[in-house]
Design a protein around this ligand. Structure first.
Ligand code: ZN
Length: 138
């Protein structure tokens, strides 16, 4: 399937973005501590395919430092008004990537999203290449 541009927003509508993604390439659910708490179901893509359409000051940013790491890998953004988490970005050896929370997409077809393959990642153990032993709560 070709890359398609979707629009997303938070619950109150203050934060809006556009992202060009190919959902048929797959989405992901991860068992790391923050993905579990935020019920993240994301799709990852290079930064050039993301556009923020609202004032960046309407968002709060969160970073955390897992034990044993010197630098936060990801920057998480949420709406300061309604609290909905929308996306995160991180810098990797081959550039900056964005991960958007697919449930914040407003104009994606439900059948299309439901048909997108879901990859389960063992982020809790820093093993994004393997499926966690327990995926029941993801
Ligand atoms: Zn909001």
């Amino acid at each position: 399937m070709p890359r398609k541009t979707y629009h997303g927003s938070c619950h109150c509508g203050n934060v809006r973005y556009a992202a060009a993604v190919d959902l048929s390439l797959g989405t992901a659910k991860c068992n790391c501590s923050i993905c579990m708490k935020m019920r993240i179901w994301h799709v990852i893509f290079k930064a050039k395919h993301f556009s923020l359409l609202s004032n960046p000051e309407l968002m709060g940013e969160y970073q955390w430092l897992p034990a044993g790491r010197e630098k936060s890998r990801m920057h998480y953004f949420f709406c300061k008004t309604c609290g909905v988490p929308l996306f995160a970005w991180g810098d990797f050896p081959d550039g900056r990537y964005y991960a958007i929370q697919v449930t914040t997409l407003d104009d994606v077809d439900a059948d299309e999203l439901a048909a997108a393959p879901v990859k389960y990642e063992d982020g809790r153990h820093d093993r994004f290449d393997r499926v966690p032993t327990d995926i029941r709560l993801l």
